[in-house]
Design a protein around this ligand. Structure first.
Ligand SMILES: [Zn+2]
Length: 464
């Protein structure tokens, strides 16, 4: 059995939410878990432009937990820096990854063009972080592994994916490492989903391990008892009364499907009228098709299909091209527009924000986590003007937080999840949360479970 030391490096999502990158290292071998983009605050986004502290060419395997950009959005950049290893993930993640990364590349290229046209970039010229060509090279490296199947990633590491109920395909990764003359088990939570959530199963309990990494997005917060479907009904009612536009920024993978599914349930129960629903996302259609492929065994979906033959809201129009999107500018309410990105950090939703939210009677309903430094977070915290493409715009409509839609477990749910461990771990590393959230969860686990916890710093490396 190899005797080299085993180390773990935290190269992202350490005392912050985005940029997930954890590197296990033993002897000559490396295993990277997630490779996400930094988002939100400028000091974080700038990190995307400095090379990571590890050598991209020396990584033969990467395990990807799910297809959110803060977990997968840096992979094409790593490929550009020489990464040629295999990208291991569950089959649904392998199907969603091309959709998500191609869209991200397009956005990167569109934004760079836009900034160059306006001449408002501090870089001359503004460049995309990666291109569609980088994405094409990335996709050739993907290797799907079924949930629960064990895979040998080199001589020293073996791993398996277990469903964690966050979005379709999402998983925690259980890694068994051979080093120091023994086996060490490390579990990486990925993003832990919610219990009793629409279209996702409950998170599986973590398996026995020596070390557990747990996310802490909502380490010190509670979502409240109100159900997502009731929150959605309430915001739809507001525009039915005002005749305005309900704008819902939503990530095209996961959140958009949940929204369309619940709108249909509300329509079926005659709790809301059948309003026009415009999904302005080139990738929502492809993503919905992947959802249908894998969710056919999902009980709620089967019930819906038996009940009416469709699982999405009745008057849905998908807008694929930029021209389709522009036509929405003259839309009259009451109507619903769903567009990404979910944190108003980029994408087509910004045009709609400028167009609709400057009119009274409109409602902006935030439907997921809003990272520090994003327009979504500013509006959530009460700011009434935001900058869009260099121009300050005043928000006239109402801003509502539909916290129930979060894809992340809250503090109580995270405690319920870690409590599923069959035996106490040697140490719990609390990651993927703003500092105050991570520290609070670490403290709570220590107090309530009596386990050793640590909140690692960015780029910290530790021997295991
Ligand atoms: Zn996520």
């Amino acid at each position: 059995m190899p005797t080299e030391t085993l180390t773990l490096g935290f190269h992202g999502a350490a005392r912050t939410v985005t940029g997930s990158k954890y590197l296990l290292h033993a002897g000559p071998e490396n295993l990277l878990i997630d490779c996400g983009m930094f988002q939100g605050l400028k000091e974080l986004r700038l990190r995307n432009w400095t090379p990571p502290r590890f050598d991209a060419r020396a990584i033969p395997f990467m395990a990807l937990t799910h297809t959110h950009i803060d977990h997968c959005g840096y992979i094409p950049r790593l490929v550009n820096a020489g990464f040629e290893g295999r990208i291991l993930c569950t089959p649904p993640t392998a199907d969603l990854l091309p959709i998500v990364l191609k869209d991200a590349a397009k956005l990167q290229e569109e934004d760079a063009r836009h900034y160059n046209k306006l001449g408002i970039s501090k870089h001359e010229p503004a460049l995309p972080l990666f291109t569609e060509e980088d994405v094409e090279r990335t996709l050739k490296l993907v290797q799907p592994i079924e949930y629960g199947a064990r895979f040998n990633a080199g001589q020293r590491f073996s791993l398996r994916f277990l469903d964690v109920g966050h979005i379709l395909g999402s998983a925690m990764v259980e890694v068994t490492a051979q080093a120091n003359g023994k086996s060490t088990v490390v579990v990486f939570s990925g993003d832990v989903g919610r219990y009793d959530a629409p279209l996702t199963p409950d998170p599986t309990s973590p398996p026995a391990c020596d070390y557990l990494l747990v996310e802490s997005t909502y380490g010190n917060r509670k979502h409240g008892a109100e159900k997502p479907i009731d929150q959605l009904e309430a915001v739809v009612e507001k525009v039915v009364k005002s005749g305005g536009i309900l704008l819902i920024p939503a990530f095209a993978v996961g959140r958009s499907q949940q929204l369309l599914f619940l709108l249909r349930e509300l329509e079926n129960a005659r709790r809301i009228p059948e309003l026009p629903v415009h999904v302005d996302s080139p990738m929502a259609f492809d993503t919905t098709a992947v959802y249908l492929k894998y969710l056919k065994n999902h009980q709620a979906v089967m019930d819906a299909v038996e009940g009416g033959g469709a699982i999405i809201s009745r008057n849905v129009q998908l807008h694929k091209t930029a021209e389709d999107s522009r036509r929405l500018a003259d839309l009259k309410g009451p109507a619903i527009v769903i567009a990404s990105s979910g944190m108003l950090s980029g994408g087509r939703v910004l045009y709609h924000l400028k167009n609709f939210m400057t009119k009274p009677g409109s409602v902006l309903a935030l439907s997921g986590y809003q990272a520090e430094g994003t327009r979504g977070r500013d509006l959530l915290e009460g700011k009434r003007s935001v900058k869009v493409f260099g121009e300050e715009i005043a928000i006239q409509g109402e801003v509502v937080d539909m916290a129930g839609f979060s894809g992340h477990g809250d503090s109580d749910e995270l405690m319920r999840w870690v409590s599923g461990l069959p035996k106490p771990p040697r140490e719990v590393f609390v990651t993927h949360g703003e500092e105050s959230q991570a520290l609070a969860l670490a403290d709570r686990i220590q107090r309530e479970k009596g386990w050793a916890t640590r909140v690692p710093a960015m780029d910290e490396e530790t021997g295991l």
